[in-house]
Design a protein around this ligand. Sequence first.
Ligand code: ATP
Length: 486
Amino acid sequence: MGAMAELVQAGGAAIEVRGLAKSYGGVHAVRGIDLTVERGRIFALLGPNGAGKTTTVEILEGYRSRDGGTVKVLGYDPARQRQRLKSQIGIVLQSSGMDRYLTVSETVAMYAGFYPRPRPVDEVIELVGLEAKRDTRVLKLSGGQQRRLDVAIALAGNPDLLFLDEPTTGFDPSARHEAWEVIRNLAALGKTVLLTTHYMDEAQYLADRVAVISNGLIVAEGSPATIGNRERARARIRYRLTDGVAPPADLTAPPGPDGLTELVPDDLTTALLGHGTVRISAAKVVNTSTYYVAAMASFAVISACYTNIAISVSFQRDTGVLKRMNGTPLPSAIFLGARMVHALFVAIVLVVITAAFGRVLYSADIPTGVTLLRFLVMLVVGAASFCALGFAIASVIPNADASPAIVNASILPLLFLSGIFIPLGSNAPAWIVWIARIFPVRHFAEGMQAGFLGTPFHWTDVLVVAAWGLGGLLFSVRFFSWEPRT
Ligand code: ATP
C-alpha cells in the first residue's frame, strides 16, 4: 500500500461497519449491524449473554470470518489484511491464555517483543497498576490482577485501538472500579477503545458512545446519557407466535426482519383490555383504557357518595345509631354534613387511585391547570349532590336489609343508560338519550371525562348535577327519618 493510502487510512473513523452478518449453522448471531467508532473514543457494545457481542468484536479483530457486510478497522479489512492490522490493535479476550510460570514483567516483555513499536514494559505495568506485582508469577495473581495483566498484554505493542471483551465480568465491585480506572487511563492516552459489556453502569461510566445489541441487532445507539434515560422511556415488547397460531385480529402488525413483532403501546392496552378505541363523539375517538379511567373515576364517586351513604345510613338507622345521635346535643346538620365530608374524602382518594393506575398502566391523561380546577368543581359538586341523593333515597328505604337492592336497582340501570360503561352511540334510542339528559349521572360523567379525555367542559353539566343535589337535599329535609321506618 502506498504512502497516500496510508494517509487516507490515518484519518476517518477507527472502525466502520456496515450490514455485518454472521450465522453459525441455523443460529443468526449477527443480523446486519452498522457501527462507527470515532478515533480517540471509548465505544461500548452493551448487551446480554448471546447477544452477538463477542462474534462482532472477534470479526473486527480478524479472528472470525463474516458472512456479509463491510468492515474497516483502522482502514483495513480484518478478513483480508489481518497481518497489517495486528500490529496496530490490542486485544483483551474473554478467556486469556497466559504462561502461568512467567512473572508479570516477563509476560509483558515477551508480548512487547512481538510488536514493531512497543511501549516500555515498566510504563505498561504502571498503566495497569501492577507495579507491586512486577515480579510475581502469573499463577499467584488474583483474578482481577490477571485481568489487568490481560490489559497490559494488549497495551504492550502500543496499539492505537484496543478491543476489550467483557473486561470486568466476574469482578467484585472494587476490582471493577480499579479496572475502570485502567480503561480511563487508556482514553487519556488517546487510544480508541471498543469494549463489550453486560453492565449498563460500566458503559455509562466509561463510554463516550454506547450501542445496545440484542439478538444480533443494534436496538439503540447514542451517548450514555441518552441511552441511560431509556429506563424512563416506554418498554418495548416484541413477540413471536408459535407456528400455526394466528394473532388476535387487533394485533396484526407485520413482523420485523428478525421475525419478531413489536407490540406498540396501543396494542398493549388493546391486549390488556381487549378493545381498541371508543368513539365518544362524532369528532373524538379515545383509547378504551383511557375512556374507562374516566368512567371508573365517575363510578367511584357515585359509589363512595350515593351508594355508601344510602346503605350505611339505612344500617345506622336500623341499629339505632342515628336515633342515639339525634338524642345528643350534636346538631343533625353537623352529623349529616360530617358524613358528606367523609364520603367526599373517600371519593377523592378513589379518584386519585384510579387516575394513578390509569396513568401508570394506560398512560391516561391527568387533568392539569384550568382543566384541573373545573374537574375539581365537578368532583366536589358531584360528590355533594350524590351524597344528598343518598340521603334522599335512604329516606324511602324501608329497612337496612332492603337497602343494597334498592340502591343498586336505582343506580346501575342509570349508569348503563347514561353511557358510563358503554358509550351512547349516535343511533341510541331517543328514550335512552332522554334519560341520559334528564338524570345527573351522564352530566356528572361528562364533567369528569372533560378532565381525563380533554372533551369540552360544560357548566350546564355542573348546574344539572347541582340541581339534582339540591332536590335531594330538600327531599331529605322533608322526609328523612332518624328512627327505624318499619
Ligand atoms: P456473551 O456475553 O455470553 O459472551 P455475546 O453477546 O458475546 O455473549 P456471542 O458469543 O457473539 O454473544 O454469541 C451470539 C450467538 O451465537 C449465541 O447464540 C451463541 O450461542 C452463538 N455462537 C457464538 N459462537 C458460536 C460458535 N462458534 N458456534 C456456534 N454458535 C455460536
